[in-house]
Design a protein around this ligand. Structure first.
Ligand code: ADP
Ligand code: MG
Length: 886
């Protein structure tokens, strides 16, 4: 036998609190409406669709305070009307649970409703109308029939677990038990025809996809919960009719006179499943056997109820079908001897007590108390469902009072562990039940809102599938071959010996009573000789057989050695393959290493690339910043350039104007100088001619007679520049200045009065000692009378004339155009100080020249007065550093 592959244990520890990622299904609630019985007339229930029923309040029942009738509707997963057959119900409700059971998942199915509503009819059925229970059994055995384990291969332990033993041990145990039961053999009762009718199920249905490489065993147990006590209905104690004896608390009392049924307690196994401790679990191999066991329990229940004066409708019955399955070993011949590989699942079929309230039971005394208790357990069931629903719907964490009653405690793990739960609500449409039916409907609707964790699939066994079939095929082939070679070797040895023994002649009587008996001994001798011959024949036959067997063994050995050779060959091939595999492995290792190196390199390159990328980004940023800076600078430069160009052009224009002005001034100065020199030359000429002609009376200047007149008294040392053609404005004449134009006559206060005849007289003039803007604005001509003390003690008077212009700024400007010079002896002598220039050289010629230059300088000064100037009547000189106060 090859070693079994070790696997994870199939039995899982179910988490106490299912976490959120576990799939959940709501409790499947179905409704079955039974037909009205002949005694009842009024019907208060109507099936209005496949999933909905409607309740009509019967006559005489006021539903609300207004006394109005109210019709209510209730919806379920499916509603089964009065014509529903047992088979239809089974197909829809129980079949999936059987399917789950055979796939190692737990299931719970219970019927709920008032007494007489058809709970028992639905669960157990009636003759010819098998209910869900016999149908479930039938389906189970149909499915596992050929794959059932031999009895006692699986053994239940006392902790709700399952053990496994070899087929040989199981055989020994079987024989032991058979011997025991043979001692107290009771004649086998024939199956009750009614029972046979119930399990005679024509539609043999089967679960698909069951594991054919496993072996299965079914164990059933049947318990009753009455008055919150659990009783084992399959317990083997011979039942004695018992008279009830109760203590004050409604508990059955032990008594020496009676042997009351022992109540059982509930325990929790290591998987948190609840079980009835010490409960009988009967291994059954067929539907008939299983149903017989059930029927036995049912009978016991009935008798106990009668004997103990119980209200039978007040008890809950629970039929538990437990399925154990374990995989076959690798050869597909024997069960794998691994406890961990056993998978146990169970289907509980519960026929609950009638849900009606106590007053309806018409019970009295003890029975009333019991009834109350039973109602209490159904109350607990309702409370548990309510709390569960609340916890699930509102996320609360209220404690579910499972422990308050045995029924709820037993099924605790279906609700907070995992399993499929289904409920059939049975209703009797009769009017009497209306009020109770209403309560049943409300509870049923609420139950639908409770969710139960969906059982998870068991892990698949690691052994090769199809082991069983392969093994069977091998066995068949072997038998065929042996038959070919002269029949099976393992003939019936026992019978052969018997035949041999029978073939020996029987020994005659060898009692010697008479010494002269001559017949007995010869007869004995003859018989013994015959026996001797037979023995020799047998020995010979045996030897022949041995020889035959030997040759067979030799043949077999030949075959075996042939097989050995083949095996050797295969081994060699295998080792070749192993070598190839090793090579491949080393190649794989090398490639893996290479891959790792390459991966490492890639990683490094990736990192380097990242670094470069970052650098690039930083540089790009820097570049961008610099670009922006450059752009800014460029635009700044352009702006500056534009501004500078503006300033340059402005300055250029200004300086051009200034230059023009200076050139003009210089030209004027030069012309003046030229003119002075001309004049001097003329005077020299005149002096020369005078000296020659001894002062002629009349000056020889016919072109300027008016001037000559003036010059008689005023000995002109230097001719007035105005007397000849003025350089700036040649058409400017004195006569014109004395005409209609207005003059500003500027005579500084320090001037001396000259008592000469030829006083310069300007009519229509405004006389001022300091020029003011007001005066200037009224006139268009300006004349300054300037006195100086010459070196020879004469006073030199100069008349400096100019024209007044309006400036653009709104002020007045004077442009000097003409100078006239007069000389006269100083009335104050040489003591008079020269005002304008303190250190004039003594030489007249030079002085004159200097003065001219000086005056000329002043002539070029433009006196500008601006309107609103803060200098008041002040003025500004332009362009010349030399300044004199007027
Ligand atoms: P419960 O167990 O709820 O008290 P039972 O199953 O004992 O009720 O049913 C009471 C009676 O009604 C039985 O005689 C049963 O045969 C009959 N009955 C119940 N349901 C049906 C049904 N669907 N079709 C025919 N008869 C029914
Ligand atoms: Mg019943």
């Amino acid at each position: 036998m090859s070693k079994a592959v070790k696997m994870k244990p199939v039995r899982r520890l179910v988490p106490k609190k299912p976490s959120n990622n576990i799939l959940k299904d709501p409790v499947g609630v179905y409704c079955r409406v039974r037909p009205l019985s002949q005694d009842d007339q009024e019907c208060c229930i109507e099936v209005i669709s496949e999933t909905t029923i409607q309740l009509h309040p019967p006559d005489g029942i006021k539903v609300n305070r207004n006394g109005e009738f109210k019709e209510t509707q209730y919806s379920f997963k499916k509603v089964f009307g009065i014509n529903t057959t047992q088979l239809e119900l089974f197909e829809d409700v129980a079949k999936p649970l059987v399917d789950d059971l055979l796939h190692c998942k737990n299931g719970l199915l219970f019927t709920y409703g008032v007494t007489g509503s058809g709970k028992t009819y639905t669960m157990t059925g009636s003759p010819g109308q098998g209910g869900l229970l016999p149908r479930c059994l039938n389906m189970i055995f149909n499915s596992i029939g050929p794959y059932q384990a031999k009895r006692f291969v699986f053994k239940t332990d006392d902790k709700n677990g399952m053990e496994i033993q070899t087929q040989v041990d199981a055989l020994l145990e079987r024989q032991k038990r058979e011997n025991q039961s043979a001692l107290i053999k009771t004649p086998k009762q024939r199956l009750d025809p009614d029972v046979a009718d119930m399990i005679n199920i024509e539609d043999a249905c089967k679960v698909e996809g069951i594991d054919e490489d496993s072996v299965f065993a079914i164990f059933v147990s049947y318990i009753e919960i009455y008055n919150n006590y659990i009783y084992d209905l399959l317990e083997d104690t011979p039942f004695e009719p018992i008279k009830p004896k109760w203590n004050g608390c409604g508990t059955p009392m032990r008594s020496t006179e009676f042997i009351p049924p022992q109540s059982k307690i509930l325990r929790e196994d290591q998987n948190h499943n609840m079980y009835v401790a010490g409960c009988t679990e009967v291994e059954v191999k067929s539907t008939e056997e299983a149903f017989e066991v059930f029927w036995k329990g049912q009978k016991k229940r009935r008798i106990a109820n009668t004997q103990l004066n119980r209200e039978s409708s007040r008890s809950h019955s629970v039929f538990i079908i437990k399925l154990a399955q374990a995989p076959l070993d690798a050869d597909g011949d024997n069960v794998l001897q691994d406890k961990e590989q056993i998978c146990v699942s169970q289907l509980c079929l519960v026929d609950l007590a009638g849900s009606e309230r106590t007053h309806r039971t018409k019970a009295e005394g003890n029975r009333l108390r019991e009834a109350g208790n039973i109602n209490q357990s159904l109350m607990t069931l309702r409370t548990c469902i309510e709390v569960l629903r609340e916890n699930q719907m509102y996320g609360t964490n209220k404690m579910v009072p499972y422990r308050d009653s045995k029924v709820t405690h037993l099924f605790k793990n279906y609700f907070d562990g995992e399993g499929k739960v289904r409920m059939i609500v049975c209703v009797n449409p009769k009017a009497d039940d209306y009020e109770e039916t209403l309560l049943v409907m409300r509870f049923a609707e609420m139950t639908q809102e409770v969710e139960v964790a969906r059982p998870v699939d068991r892990p698949i066994c690691g052994l090769t599938p199809g082991r069983r079939h392969r093994n069977q095929a091998f066995k068949d082939e072997l038998t065929r071959k042996l038959e070919e070679r002269g029949g099976p070797i393992n003939g019936d040895d026992g019978s052969m010996i018997d035949i041999l023994l029978q073939s020996f002649p029987p020994l005659p009587s060898c009692e010697l009573v008479d010494p002269s008996d001559e017949q007995t001994l010869p007869a004995l001798i003859e018989c013994l000789e015959k026996r001797q011959r037979a023995r020799e024949m047998l020995i010979e036959a045996f030897h022949n057989q041995v020889v035959k067997t030997k040759s067979m063994i030799q043949n077999f050995e030949g075959t075996v050695s042939g097989k050995d050779n083949i095996i050797q060959e295969q081994r060699a091939k295998l080792s070749d393959k192993d070598r190839v595999i090793l090579q491949h492995k080393s190649e794989l290792d090398r490639l893996e290493k290479k891959t790792k190196t390459l991966e490492y390199k890639i990683e490094i390159l990736q990192k380097t690339a990242n670094i470069y990328e970052e650098d690039k980004r930083a540089l790009q940023q820097e570049l961008d910043t610099k670009d922006q800076k450059l752009h800014r600078q460029l635009s700044d430069n352009r702006r500056l350039e534009a501004r500078l160009q503006g300033v340059a052009s402005e300055t250029k224009i200004k300086w051009e104007k200034e230059c023009e002005r200076r050139v003009a001034a210089k030209q004027l100065e030069m012309q003046n100088k030229l003119w002075v020199k001309d004049e001097k030359l003329k005077q020299l000429k005149a002096i020369v001619t005078e000296n020659k002609n001894e002062r002629p009376d009349q000056p020889e200047k016919p072109e300027r007679p008016s001037r000559d007149k003036d010059k008689v008294l005023l000995r002109p040392v230097t001719p007035s520049p105005a007397s000849s053609a003025p350089p700036v404005r040649p058409r400017h004449r004195r006569s014109r200045s004395a005409g209609g134009e207005r003059w500003v006559d500027h005579k500084p206060a320090s001037n001396l009065e000259l008592d000469t005849v030829l006083q310069p007289h300007i009519p229509n003039a405004i006389q001022v000692s300091t020029p003011s803007e007001k005066a200037l604005s009224k006139c268009d001509k300006y004349v300054l009378t300037h006195q100086e003390l010459a070196s020879d003690g004469e006073i030199e008077t100069k008349l400096i004339k100019g024209e007044v212009f309006r400036t653009r700024g709104g002020g007045q400007a004077v442009q000097f155009t003409d100078i006239e010079t007069l000389k006269q002896e100083s009335p104050t002598g040489s003591s008079r100080k020269r005002r304008s220039s303190g250190n004039i050289p003594v030489q007249q010629e030079e002085t004159t020249e200097n003065e001219w230059t000086d005056v000329e300088t002043r002539c070029s000064v433009a006196v500008e007065m601006r309107a609103g100037s803060n200098l008041g009547p002040g003025y500004q000189h332009h362009g010349l550093p030399k300044r004199r106060k007027p």
